[in-house]
Design a protein around this ligand. Structure first.
Ligand code: C2E
Ligand code: CA
Ligand code: CA
Length: 714
């Protein structure tokens, strides 16, 4: 290439290079190894604010830097020394990157690199990138972050910010405190959400369950982008209000507020609003609410409910003489006793002073309410030990019943209140129904119950016997043992007056046991006296059948008296065997194994069919008196008896007709196929010695015709 062409090409290349360099947004300078300027661009002149005429090829580093130095750009001090210090640095030709903000406010990233030619240092190149805007943005961001953190640190809730990919972006101190995250968890910066979940699962924060499943569930939920708000009770008992809110960029901010104190306060307010502060019982407000609710239920199921209004007798005297403190203690104890003596579903409320209300949410009868009132009367009448005092107090109780005495809460309460005043007027320590009739029933019944209890304890009972005859030839086959109560003042009381109460109170169990033993003893006596071995039928109540040891009792009575098999017969009603058919069948089987005969009493008054009774191992069927008495007049009754007899015979049972009162009945029953007959036509129930005389007469071949003299109590 000719020299001219060569130098033209070089000039062109230099021009291109200069254009490129000047086109760059950054300032560029190249000094050679002697620190003389070789290349630069206009931005370089602008950045360092150099006088353009001073910037020429070959000008030294010192000359150029003297301009900014003299302007004080490198701080106060001697500009010559400052430049010299810079040159010493430059002479090391080490790469460097610094950020420098000039007095004019602009910030540059100044980066220097050594230039190598053939492995030898040939100078260095420096670029000046204006990062002023970026710095501003960064500073603004940092400021905002600081602000955010300070806001987060100063709000009284725990806060977490979670990114779309479930990274924890930020959280505050309160969050760590509330959720009890130990510092180790944050030792290497913010943990991931999954780490936090795993940590929580491990310490049982979310309750029991498969840990992996819980973590998966939590992560799934954390991915949700809908706002949420719920309460969480931590294992340590603190209550948290957790509120989550998605942000527009897909991140999620959650706040955790400790609402334990608020919840406690709410509970306290709730308690104060609905409970009596002294006794902790319900107050008037919750009583009204409860009554409204249960009344609606009772209206629906057409059942009864009882309201008991209680007032302590002479409470004022105790309060005035011993002081309010003792009075308060007494009220608390009364509340405790009331609560302990009603069912869970009932309600005890204190209206104020010494006035209490007990609502029996469901009662079967006025008898049930009376029993409950009696129980309350008894439990409150027990002396109370308070401090060093032994206090005796009793309540006066008024009772109103729904629906009998009123249809709404206000009327029932008012009527119970009125009844309570009657109880006070009756001499306190008692209860009164609002209705006079119920009062009468209750008094009678309770009186009877008390007397009966004593009678069982004192053994005021006797056994009477009613003979039973074979229909065919009227020979004496057996007798039914029937209990009588010989009351010291009231005389002989028939079972119709007390068996029902004995059943309700459970007294029938000890009474029935006595009957069983007395009947077996009597049978032994007659055997010993040489009288014929007759069957003796004993009535067994459903309650006795249900009592666990009935088979043992029977076995013991038979054994004690060494009674031959077939001597004892037990009479059961249809309903008592139908109550729990499987158990009854098993029981009857065991009784039969003891050689006891079993008969169904009062047949026809229940609802069972004979076909159903087939499942039980039975011996006799006793057709109820009501059919027998109608047999002469009513053809359908005769048909029923005829059907029963034929069915019974098919099942291998013999039929006994009860309540036979006339000769015509005897004829009809015999014609219908009845096997045995029992009734006043032959004999009323008789005391043991009288029935013994009858047995002797029968032995002598006498056949009873017509009613025998005797005291009929049936
Ligand atoms: P029940 O088992 O049906 O007993 C027969 C009742 O009918 C007896 O009444 C008897 O006196 C009466 N009676 C007998 N023949 C005639 C008659 O020709 N005409 C009339 N009008 N009545 C007659 P009693 O002794 O008053 O017993 C009444 C009920 O008391 C018995 O009915 C039985 O259910 C129950 N009972 C009696 N003693 C006991 C007992 O020891 N245990 C149990 N659980 N219940 C008993
Ligand atoms: Ca009977
Ligand atoms: Ca009967």
């Amino acid at each position: 290439m000719p020299d001219q062409a060569r130098s033209d090409l070089l000039a062109r290349q230099a021009a291109y290079l200069e254009a490129i360099v000047n086109h760059l947004p950054h300032g560029i300078s190249v000094f050679d190894e002697h620190l003389r300027l070789q290349y630069w661009n206009t931005q370089f002149i602008e950045v360092l604010e150099l006088p353009p005429e001073a910037v020429t090829r070959g000008v030294s580093f010192d000359t150029l830097l003297m301009y900014p130095a003299q302007r004080g750009e490198y701080g106060p001090g001697d500009p010559v020394e400052q430049v010299a210090a810079r040159r010493r640095l430059a002479e090391q030709f080490a790469p460097h990157r610094i950020e420098r903000t000039r007095p004019n406010g602009r910030t540059h990233l100044v980066a220097g690199e050594p230039l190598l030619v053939d492995g030898q240092i040939a100078g260095f190149i420096t670029t000046y990138i204006d990062i002023t805007e970026r710095k501003h943005i960064e500073e603004e961001l940092a400021r905002k972050n600081e602000l955010l953190q300070s806001i987060m640190d100063n709000i009284p809730s725990g806060v977490s910010l979670i990114s779309r990919d479930l990274q924890l972006l930020a959280c505050n101190e309160e969050l760590r405190r509330l959720l009890e995250f130990p510092p180790e968890l944050f030792a290497e910066g913010l943990p991931t959400l999954e780490t936090l979940f795993r940590f929580n699962v491990a310490r049982g924060e979310y309750g029991p369950g498969d840990p992996e499943q819980i973590v998966a569930d939590r992560l799934q939920r954390a991915r949700s982008t809908t706002p949420h708000c719920f309460e969480r009770i931590r294992p340590n008992g603190t209550a948290l209000l957790v509120k989550g809110q998605p942000l527009p960029d897909g991140s999620f901010v959650t706040t955790y507020t400790d609402i334990t104190a608020r919840k406690r306060a709410e509970e306290r307010i709730e308690r104060l609003a609905n409970h009596d502060p002294l006794t902790g019982l319900a107050n008037r407000l919750s009583l009204d609410e409860y009554l409204r609710r249960v009344l609606a239920e009772r209206r629906r199921d057409r059942a009864r409910l009882a309201v008991l209004f209680l007032d302590l007798d002479h409470f004022k005297t105790i309060n005035d003489s011993l002081g309010h403190h003792i009075g308060d203690e007494l009220l608390i104890e009364v509340g405790r006793r009331l609560q302990a003596n009603v069912r869970e579903s009932d309600m005890v409320a204190r209206l104020g002073g010494d006035e209490f209300v007990v609502v029996l949410g469901s009662v079967a009868s006025d008898g049930g309410a009376a029993q409950a009132a009696d129980k309350i009367l008894a439990c409150l009448s027990e002396p109370c030990a308070i401090g060093e005092h032994l206090l005796h107090t009793t309540p006066s109780i008024g009772i109103s019943l729904f629906p009998d005495d009123g249809g709404d809460a206000a009327i029932l309460l008012r009527n119970a209140d009125t009844a309570m005043y009657h109880a006070k007027a009756q001499g306190r320590a008692n209860f009164q129904f609002h209705s006079e009739e119920l009062n009468h029933n209750a008094v009678q019944r309770l009186e009877l119950e008390r007397k009966l209890r004593r009678a069982v304890k004192e053994g005021e009972f006797e056994l009477w016997f009613q003979p039973i005859f074979a229909a065919a030839d009227l020979h004496l086959t057996s007798m039914e043992a029937l209990v009588r109560w010989r009351h010291p003042q009231d005389g002989l009381i028939p079972p119709a007056r007390f068996i029902a109460v004995a059943e309700e109170t459970g007294l029938i169990v000890p009474l029935g046991q006595w009957v069983l033993e007395a009947a077996c003893m009597q049978a032994r006596r007659w055997l010993d006296a040489g009288l014929p071995a007759l069957r003796i039928a004993v009535n067994l109540s459903a309650r006795q059948l249900r009592s666990i040891d009935i088979v043992d009792s029977v076995a013991a009575a038979l054994e004690t008296n060494a009674l031959p098999r077939g001597t004892l017969e037990l009479e059961l009603t249809e309903s008592s065997v139908m109550e729990r058919p499987e158990e009854a069948a098993a029981l009857l089987t065991r009784l039969k194994e003891l050689g006891v005969a079993v008969s169904i009493d009062d047949f026809g008054t229940g609802h069972s069919s004979l076909a159903y009774l087939k499942r039980f191992p039975l011996d006799h069927l006793k057709i109820d008196r009501s059919f027998v008495s109608e047999i002469e007049r009513d053809a359908s009754d005769a048909a029923i008896v005829a059907a029963a007899v034929s069915l019974a015979h098919n099942l291998g049972l013999s039929v006994i007709a009860e309540g036979v009162e006339t000769a015509v009945q005897v004829e009809r029953l015999r014609a219908l196929g009845c096997d045995e007959l029992q009734g006043y036509h032959f004999s009323t129930p008789l005391p043991a010695d009288e029935v013994e005389a009858l047995m002797r007469a029968a032995m002598a071949g006498e056949v009873p015709i017509g009613a025998r003299p005797g005291s009929n109590l049936g």
